[in-house]
Design a protein around this ligand. Structure first.
Ligand code: CP
Length: 325
């Protein structure tokens, strides 16, 4: 028995083969991931950080879109769980020669892989793979649809810092329309009882998001005034089909978080960002590196959250039963 942190009451609320999105999860399932991640965070603070939970299992990291944080975080999580790992990028594969995603994935599965972690520019790619494969599928970000492990690490970090999620005012600022992080965060936060405000240019934050249970405003001062958490998003230039605002300078002037605006926020409001950060556009550099910023703690927590997700989709039940390797 390892010296793991005590976890919450909801530990067993998980019976899923895949993690495809946050939309289909219940609040209890989300809490189960958070509680399991708490136990794995304690593992990461031990002298021996490795556990045998996925020993003998093979995980493929199939990243068909660029990534720094998510790819390295999944790979380290898999190493800490003692899995065998294959890293797979589109550039170095037969996807470049015209092979379909289905054929690529089925060929990988023919080598008896157990888990496929996929990032893809097409929304729904992980759901598609889950229908054609027997392996467990974990969504590492699909188009502008969802980024479930980012949302789970975001709510984990908020819960760690604020104690709970219910009743908090959380503002998500920036390019909501093209952001998979925004969609997953909105699902996770609203399911856990937070009040979510979305803010940015009207072209990037349409009123239709109110249907997801959020408040929508295009006034930055109004959005940040009562916020307990401010989550900033970069402009997703790679997904925008046309320019959605006159200039980066104008965007930064109207919606960038600078010192003067930080002074209008609650003194204990958390500043979050999923990365990659465009310094000087959505956030001033000294705020990104400042004492209110939890950006790097989000990255640290992402590792524990991804260990928890891989453990749970593989049928893990109680992380307390895992001993050090
Ligand atoms: N937050 C996030 O998904 O970052 P990467 O694109 O670097 O993985």
């Amino acid at each position: 028995m390892g010296s793991m942190a005590k976890t919450g009451e909801s530990l067993m609320a998980w019976n899923r083969k895949h993690l495809l999105d946050i939309e289909s999860l219940t609040a209890e399932e989300i809490t189960t991931v958070l509680d399991t991640a708490l136990a794995f965070k304690a593992v990461g603070e031990r002298a021996i950080k490795k556990v045998p939970a996925l020993r003998g299992k093979t995980v493929v990291n199939l990243f068909v879109e660029p990534s720094t944080r998510t790819r390295t975080s999944f790979e380290l999580a898999e190493q800490r769980l003692s899995a065998d790992i294959i890293n797979f990028t589109a550039e170095a594969s037969s996807l470049k020669k015209g092979e379909t995603l289905k054929d690529t994935a089925r060929n990988l599965e023919a080598m008896n892989v157990d888990v496929i972690v996929i990032r893809h520019s097409a929304s729904g790619a992980p759901h598609f793979l889950s229908r054609v494969l027997n392996a467990h599928v974990v969504n590492a970000g699909d188009g502008a649809h969802e980024h479930p492990t980012q949302a789970l690490l975001d709510v984990f970090t908020i819960r760690e810092k604020k104690g709970s999620i219910a009743g908090l005012n959380v503002t998500i600022l920036g390019d909501i329309l093209y952001s998979r992080v925004a969609r997953s965060d909105i699902w996770a936060l609203t399911k856990l009882g937070a009040k979510v405000t979305l803010c940015g240019p009207a072209t990037l934050v349409p009123k239709t998001f109110e249907q997801m249970g959020c408040r929508v405003t295009h006034n930055m001062e109004e959005a940040i005034r009562d916020a307990d958490v401010i989550n900033l998003l970069r402009i997703q230039h790679e997904r925008q089909r046309k320019t959605m605002f006159p200039s980066i300078n104008e965007y930064s002037r109207l919606f960038g978080l600078d010192r003067q605006r930080l002074g209008q926020t609650k003194p204990d409001a958390l500043i979050m960002h999923p990365g990659p950060i465009n310094r000087g556009v959505e956030i001033d550099s000294d705020i990104a590196d400042g004492e209110r910023s939890v950006v790097l703690q989000q990255v640290t927590n992402g590792l524990a959250v991804r260990m928890a997700v891989l453990f749970l989709v593989n049928g893990g039940k109680d992380p307390q039963e895992i001993s050090a390797n």
